[in-house]
Design a protein around this ligand. Structure first.
Ligand code: NAI
Ligand code: A1CAB
Length: 270
């Protein structure tokens, strides 16, 4: 049975662990590490998975090692593991933004295989999106298992070029936060209009859920769905005009470019 180690008990790894458990993976095949006992013990207790403070012990246990620490720590962690055990048969899956394949491979002295994955937090509901890019040493079997791990938490897209990881970050990796910001702004205004906290939250979340579900279930374009809400000369048109006058479409494009630029900057800093 494939064994998976998760280095770091943070947001992203917790999401993938939860997804795997929900998908029926045996907890005894999953080990999580974290320097502080609280976070890893909480996860271990919640799911019955194994835990340790020792990254090398976890890497020894597993065939697949999911690197879920902050980008600047990735190569430190992989270098430390590769200095202490034979990693030639291991497959490292890095979910870090802005740490390149070359940087990770170098830290492993070229041993083992590396797959860069860019998931997102809706993975914890099984509604994630993951972009995946594998190094040339990755075997078909390793690619298949990595794909199964990420498919347990959502849809995946294999990428042909590593640079596309940064594009996926801008779309789906950071994307949930764009929608949260929008929902927060609507919630704040709903409260200002006099709705209670609970009412404002319920109104906004159901609207967002309904809109997303309409996109999923209809075979027409998103633009058409928008037009269907927009009566000529009506209230929606008035609101959308205000968004356009404020430059919303350009702002979204600029924001996504900022995410891409930041991913590239982070690669320089790593
Ligand atoms: N949060 C998100 O939506 C997404 C995050 N990512 C990537 O996932 C990675 C982790 O991000 P988050 O989960 O948000 O961060 P986080 O801060 O929630 O989790 C990182 C965890 O690693 C632990 N840690 C620190 N040093 C460690 C070490 N030497 N060994 C083991 N564990 C250690 C920390 O205590 C913390 O619990 C980042 O590289 C980020 O780029 C990727 C896609 C989406
Ligand atoms: O904000 C970040 O850097 C990470 C990568 C995508 C989502 N969170």
């Amino acid at each position: 049975m494939t064994k998976v180690a998760f280095i770091g008990a943070g947001n992203m790894n917790s999401a993938v662990i939860l997804g795997l458990i929900n998908a029926g993976v045996s907890p005894s095949n999953i080990m999580v590490t974290n320097p502080s006992p609280e976070k890893r013990e909480k996860l271990a207790q919640a799911h019955g998975i194994l835990h340790t403070a020792n990254n090398v012990e976890a890497a020894e246990f597993a065939d697949f090692i999911v690197l879920g620490v902050k980008p600047h720590l990735i190569t430190q962690v992989t270098n430390d593991i590769a200095n202490q055990i034979d990693v030639s048969q291991k497959c490292f899956i890095s979910v870090a933004a802005g740490t390149t394949m070359a940087q990770i491979q170098q830290s492993l002295s070229g041993k083992g295989s590396v797959i860069r994955v860019m998931p997102n937090t809706p993975s914890q509901l099984g509604l994630g999106v993951s972009g995946m890019y594998a190094c040339s040493q990755t075997t078909e079997q390793q690619k298949q298992v990595a794909q199964e791990i990420m498919q347990a938490v959502g849809i995946i897209k294999w990428l042909d070029a590593e640079a596309q990881i940064d594009d996926i970050i801008a779309v789906s990796g950071s994307g949930p936060a764009y929608f949260f910001l929008f929902m927060e702004a609507m919630e704040t205004k709903a409260k200002a209009l006099g709705f209670s906290d609970n009412e404002a939250r319920a109104l906004v979340q159901q609207t967002a859920l309904g809109a997303a579900q309409m996109v999923v279930e209809n075979d027409i374009s998103i633009a058409q769905l928008r037009e269907n809400v927009t009566s000529k000369g009506g209230t929606t048109q008035a609101a959308l005009n205000t968004f356009r006058e404020g430059g919303l479409p350009e702002l979204v494009s600029n924001a996504m470019d900022s995410a891409i630029a930041r991913a590239k900057e982070m690669a320089q800093d790593s």
